[in-house]
Design a binder for this molecule. Sequence first.
Ligand code: ANZ
Ligand code: ZN
Length: 814
Amino acid sequence: MPYSADIDRKWQKKWEETKLYKFHPENIDKKLYCLEMFSYPSGAKLHVGHWYNYGPSDSWARLKRMQGYEVFQPMGFDAFGLPAENYAIKTGIHPKDSTLQNIETMERQLREMGASFDWDYEIVTCLPDYYKWTQWLFLKLYEAGLAYRKNAPVNWCPKCQTVLANEQVVDSSCERCGTEVTKKNLTQWFFKITAYADELIEKLDELDWPEKTKKIQINWIGRSEGAEIEFKVSGSDQSFKVFTTRADTLYGVTYVVLAPEHDLVDVITTPECRAKVEEYREYAKKQTEIERMSTVKEKTGVFTGAYAVHPITGEKVPIWIADYVLASYGTGCVMAVPAHDERDYEFATKYNLPIKRVIKGAEGVDDKLPFTEYGVLVNSEEFDGVKSEDARKKIVEKLEKDGKGSLKINYRLRDWLVSRQRYWGAPIPVIHCEHCGIVPVPEEDLPVLLPYNVEFTPDGESPLKKSQEFMNTTCPKCGAPAKRDPDTLDTFVCSSWYYLRYPDNKNSKEPFNPEWINKMLPVDKYIGGPEHAAMHLLYARFITKALRDLGYLKFDEPFKSLTHQGIILGPDGNRMSKSKGNIISPDDYVSKYGSDVFRLYLMFGFNYTEGGPWNDDGIKAIARFVSRVERLVERFNEIKGDAGRNDIASFEKELNYARHFAIRGVTEDADKFQFNTAISRMMELVNALYKYDSDVPQKNLKFMEEVIADLIRLLAPFAPHFAEEMWEQLGYEYSIFNQKWPEWDKNALVKDTIEIAIQVNGTVRSKADVPSNADNSEVEKIALADEKIKPFIDGKEIKKVIVVKNRLVNIVAK
Ligand code: ANZ
Ligand code: ZN
């Protein structure tokens, strides 16, 4: 029976009946935690992306299983969040109903894909037995001062009617729906991820992660070393601090700039300037932060009428407001040095502000600008020969003595905004009491259940606010009537700790047993999309560190090793989408060729970490390869009773070489997720077996059987159903996945002869096979006796013969 989807079903059934993928906790010393980012339960069928995420990574896990690891490979669903809620708004189907329905469908399809997940460890984040512990996590962070509430201008998506974390704003638009994001002042909950900024950078060094991802995290955190310098407001007792990375340019300051939103603006603006300042503040409010940071946008600003006093020279410099200074970075104030900063230069030329050059050879600024009396050239006077960096230090030291400045490190990273004004999420487990303020829900009262009957059409308010039943409660502290928090948690909170729950998913007393979890984690291999570089991966790292500091975990990092898969694009090179009509459905291929052919093709036709535009040119070649293996097994079953030989002759040696070459190649390449070359090695081995079959009339059948068995073992992780079937047809015991992964024999890979080049005076004139164990004088003899070089040395004197072992012989003749 040729391989088909029927064979897939046969083995899936058997695997399930025999619990083949069961994780055995007693083998903890050999555990390998292989985790694929869990899925979002969407209603549609599994698409190529799902297959590409989960197929090859499953093959990797199967490889590890055969190599003797006790693989823990769980799967679950990231089930709260906007898509289900938006779908519900559109269709009227409750998010809980649609989500649970989708999970059922998806789970079935994942099983049909033949992925070796141990479903006993499944988690679903929207179910109370999970989100109870998401709420627990919130309370622990709250107790530790790592969760706090504050009023702040936040990113607001007018379409989704909810706040967004900075990370969820892409090109000033909502990551989910593309609507332009605005700012809104709201009281929100934050997690203090900034407390871990330094460690989040430093510990990256220890991780086996793609360099690009590390860089994204470093840039996102944006550590910046500089100084805070105090300026007094002239004629008042007010003062403000600026953040600068270039204290060495302090003598070049000719004006200062406050962010338009800065509190001091109201206080210092003079009556004559007030109207203009107010008007400008209104204008600035409408700009997004990204627009304001843009280098191409023309700089604008207005004068406040007030002056600041230069902390060293005592000179008066005008105070402006301008939108290129952000309220949320540093101190929200900048000392402007137009001679050495592009933005300041552009601004100063536009508004006719003075420019003082204090550093020689600075780029981008006219070199002929005069030095004024306060302009200090960094390599002159007291700064004679001092490098810019040292000048920075010297100036800060000088300021420090007078209490006017100090070193300061700033971060771009902001605290993580976790509250959402949406329905489909874990309720925030606090109670607001008129008398006691914010009171955490006692742990024994968790979970705070998300009510089912709620009007969730978004109107900017939290939907839960409309549910009296939910909102009204009593204060756990004083017993007075009190209100629940109407907000829900960002879904990234659910996914920031799920890897800790899997190995202990049924624990009803605690989120996980710490002793057990400290044995099971960190995750040995994490596989998922590169789009999670700045959000999920940063949040998960932060939560791990916070729980470590709270005494629950003994490790610093959740994911030791990380691999990103690429993306399969539509045949037109665009992302697959319904609107572009370029979606490729795996189902058609799977029903035509069987899931293993489809899976093999995904690994063979693409470079796993890169992906690329879909094309199915190669899928026929893969189908042919599979049927070639099938025929080989059939053929062997036909001839296995024949009289054979027992000795090892040269053709056996050749086949043995191909066998061990394939074992080494597949083992090494697949381990690095280089599946395409691994599959090529197996194809070569199949060719070698065919050649052996046709060239050698009287075969060593025992040997041939060994090679075929090794081929099927090699194939098993990549074509699991098919390999299981072939294994059975060869008459072996179930299951191939309990077989040991073959090892390669170094000696079989030593070729008897090696081809070397023969040069005369540096030009290659011939090639020759020499015994691989020949010494230099033997090789020299063979080279000199070579017929093809005769014409080039005849009549000449051999001056010298140079032998480069295993590579070439150069004859110097004159
Ligand atoms: C004077 C100066 C002179 C600066 C010079 C730069 C070059 P990073 O590296 O990103 O930390 N700055 C500080 N706070 C700002 C804010 N809230 N909005 C906009 N710009 C701000 O950048 C630090 C530099 O960005 C600081 O150093 C400051 O300008 C500006 F030749 O101070 B500098
Ligand atoms: Zn109270």
